[in-house]
Design a protein around this ligand. Structure first.
Ligand code: FES
Length: 193
C-alpha cells in the first residue's frame, strides 16, 4: 500500500461525515442520498482509498465511512449474525450473488473476505435511498432475523446485503473493492494488488 493510495489527511473529514450519516440513521429517516451526497468537493475529497481502523469495533457494531461520495458500511458480524445467513436462501432473490454486485473475492456465502467483517455500499439498489441497519430480530416483522431495511419503499436486505424476494430493490447491495492491510485495518476502494 503506497502512501498516495491512502490519504490519511482525510481522516478528519471522514470522521465528520460519519457522524453526519450516523445522525441520519439515528433519526430513522430514509433520506435519498442524492439530497446530501451530491458530487462536489466533499465527494472528490474522499475519492481515494480509505483506510479504516476496526480494532475497537464490537460484535454487531456498524461503522460508516465515505468513499467516492458514498456511505460505506462496515459491520463486525456476530457468530449469530453469520449463522443467520445459512437459513435465508429460499427467501432471497439472489442468494448466491450471481449478479455482479461484488468483487470476485466477495462472491461467496458471506459476500465478504472474512465472515465476521461485512463491507457494503450503503445505497439502496432501488432508487438510492439510505437503508438503515436493523440488527434486532423481529424489529421489522415477526420473521425478521436482522439486516438492513429501506423505509423509502420497504426493501429488505439480510446481514450480507442480499435482497429479499418481493421488494422493489432489484439486486443485492453493492460490495465495494477492499482489502485488509492487516488484522485490524481495512482499505476501502482498492483491491489487494
Ligand atoms: S429506494 Fe429503497 S426501497 Fe426504494
Amino acid at each position: 500500500m503506497s502512501s498516495e493510495d491512502v490519504d490519511l489527511k482525510k481522516r478528519k473529514f471522514l470522521s465528520q461525515a460519519t457522524t453526519a450519516i450516523g445522525a441520519v440513521g439515528v433519526c430513522g429517516a430514509a433520506v435519498p442520498l442524492i439530497s446530501y451526497l451530491t458530487p462536489g468537493r466533499e465527494a472528490q475529497m474522499s475519492a481515494k482509498a480509505v483506510e479504516v481502523d476496526i480494532a475497537d469495533m464490537k460484535e454487531g457494531e456498524q461503522r460508516t465511512v465515505v468513499w467516492r461520495g458514498k456511505p460505506i458500511w462496515i459491520v463486525r458480524r456476530s457468530v449469530a449474525q453469520v449463522d443467520s445467513l445459512k437459513k435465508l436462501d429460499a427467501q432471497l432473490s439472489d442468494p448466491n450473488s450471481a449478479i455482479e454486485q461484488q468483487p470476485g473475492y466477495a462472491q461467496n456465502a458471506y459476500r465478504s473476505i472474512r465472515p465476521d467483517i461485512l463491507v457494503l455500499v450503503g445505497v439502496c439498489t432501488h432508487l438510492g435511498c439510505a437503508p438503515t441497519y436493523r440488527p434486532e430480530p423481529q424489529s421489522i416483522d415477526e420473521t425478521w432475523p436482522g439486516g438492513f431495511f429501506c423505509s423509502c419503499h420497504g426493501s429488505k436486505f439480510d446481514m450480507a446485503g442480499r435482497v429479499y424476494k418481493g421488494v422493489p430493490a432489484p439486486t443485492n447491495l453493492e460490495v465495494p473493492p477492499y482489502h485488509f492491510l492487516n488484522e485490524d485495518t481495512i482499505v476501502v476502494g482498492k483491491d489487494r494488488a
